[in-house]
Ligand binder design. Structure first.
Ligand code: SF4
Length: 199
């Protein structure tokens, strides 16, 4: 089951650029599709939906329960024995499963190819460093959409003069290229991985 659109196509259709608070990409391309598939193929009384949340995200697991109702959810990684991330990666290795390529490149989350509207500045800087062509694609898409919407909007935000203002990928790249030091306190913000569960 696939919608067929990219996150940027969804943002254009919804006239809204996703960000750390609102994620039309995840809602439309993942959650709504998943709910539709469950409704068409499963019985809520006999079905368990497994989520990839671990014990460090117990709060999200609790918040996810009412969100997923009437589907019963479980998150085995929130249960004993409590595995750390290195434990999980070692276990994967033992079973012959290669960890996602992004982890090896230093990304904390295995999301949309190193890009994510929920990511912070640090992740976008890493994307710029490790996959500049991919960063350039997203920068271009953001610029096109800003022009199309005719609004000063962006995925990222920063504080300037006591106000929160948009920070475009273009600005972030230009400022990063000028200085190797973190430019702002938010520069080390990696962002979360709230995709799919919406909590
Ligand atoms: S990983 Fe990020 S960009 Fe991709 S669908 Fe989820 S929220 Fe959107």
């Amino acid at each position: 089951m696939a919608d067929g659109r990219t996150p940027w196509q969804v943002f254009r259709d919804e006239r809204y650029i996703g960000n750390s608070r609102v994620d039309p990409c995840s809602k439309i391309l993942k959650r709504n599709l998943c709910f539709r598939w469950l409704e068409q193929n499963c019985d809520p009384g006999k079905t368990i939906v497994y989520l990839g949340l671990d014990w460090t995200e117990m709060h999200r697991y609790e918040r996810a329960k009412p969100y997923w109702s009437p589907w019963n959810i479980r998150a085995p990684l929130c249960e004993e024995p409590y595995f750390t991330k290195p434990d999980m990666l070692a276990w994967l290795k033992q079973t012959g499963i290669r960890p996602p390529r992004l982890y090896g490149m230093g990304f904390p989350h295995n999301n949309c190819g190193g890009f994510c509207v929920k990511a912070g500045q640090a992740q976008f800087k890493l994307l710029l460093k490790t996959m500049p062509d991919r960063y350039a694609y997203h920068e271009q898409q953001e610029e096109l959409l800003r022009r199309y919407l005719n609004k000063n909007v962006a995925i990222l935000r920063r504080t300037a003069g006591g106000r929160t203002v948009p920070l475009t990928l273009r600005q972030l790249r230009e400022e990063t290229e000028k200085s190797s030091r973190p430019l702002l306190p938010e520069a080390e913000e990696w962002g979360g991985c709230g995709c799919f569960v919406d909590v």
